[in-house]
Design a protein around this ligand. Sequence first.
Ligand code: ZN
Length: 451
Amino acid sequence: MDTVNLELLCSLYVVDCKIDRLQWNALSLMRHHVYKWKSHNWFDLNPIFFWGSRFLKHPISRKKDFSKSYGGSLVCSYNVQKNQNLQLNDARVIFSVAPAMGHNKESHPESHFRVPSILSALETMELTSKFRGSEIIELQNFKPASVDDIVSVHARAYVSGLEKAMNQASQLGIIHIEGSGPTYATPTTFQESLVAAGAGIALVDSVVAASKSSLDPPMGFALIRPPGHHAIPKGPMGFCVFGNVAIAARYAQRVHGLKRVFIIDFDVHHGNGTNDAFYDDPDIFFLSTHQDGSYPGTGKFDEVGHGDGEGKTLNLPLPGGSGDIAMRTVFDEVIVPSAQRFKPDIILVSAGYDGHVLDPLASLQLTTGTYYMLASNIKQLAKDVCGGRCVFFLEGGYNLKSLSYSVADSFRAFLGEPSMASEFDDPAILYEEPSAKVKQAIQRIKHIHSL
Ligand SMILES: [Zn+2]
């Protein structure tokens, strides 16, 4: 363990604030799409341009608000405050916010504009408590995850190594963690990553509490970063620092006695970190759909778990170009029967929006409507199999516009309101899905898992 720690500390080195070409080379399969992003400006890093007047009026004060509200005042308990507890019974959606405004690198796609962009969309589309009263609640005053929470998934040497590295980051500016994909750290990365994990844990608390008095508890959505599903037990990887979903799964087991956890990961990339954390665990079912051949190259059909966990990991690589029809079929024929057979106590979702057709880092053809469908169907699935206990965790999604619209439409799905995807999705940019290959992939995974 100490070796890992030393290796980590020894491998830190300074990079400047400009984008490092070598980092992109490390993600060679992404390169083409990064080029697309750079060439065509498919997303704009400044949410002000997307979400209009609210940011235009107070762009600076809004940014200050983030550091004030989310950076240093998270000192209460995991339990929601009493007044929020009373509101839980009426809520349809509870969300928590951890934007990690200090964890940022210029021109990096996993930017600190992502969460503000989503919040701005929610406000513009009147999907906040300001417009909806207690129907939609933003969780306030949650506590950062403790080191003990983090080490339920990660090696203690990694956690302490990262904490120590913050001193270096303070002295040297941004640091890059070698061998982790292009994962960087700034002086606030450690603390803000604890806050992100804590934001997910707090939603588990809230949803579980609400489920004790309702068969239809609110859906939880952790609007957090850095993302988590690539982070492996021994270290960070692929923009991810701590495995937020994995940490919440262990927390749900340990603190709430929810023994069986079903994790759905619909990010376009394989959730290799979550996969590894639970590969031999029979009580945590990990189901990942991802684009075949995308970063990090893991998640093949035959990666099904090991030992007692054999059969409790399901990896479904989908061919490039797979879209809405493919995902609907996957949901009905793979996700539903897997969950029904597993009989979970809670469903956690690694909700990545980088499978959107407009996303610069991959080439699936999911649409805003697809994400609405997934949110709606997963909510129903949770009601059917685990008393409605379900929390979404933000993972990828790098086109700020499609990310924000898709999260907003997921909120509508949670509320049981009609989708507004047709106002955003442009069918003219879609091409024919590789239906024969998709069918083949689905048949293969159903055969392997006897579905
Ligand atoms: Zn991703």
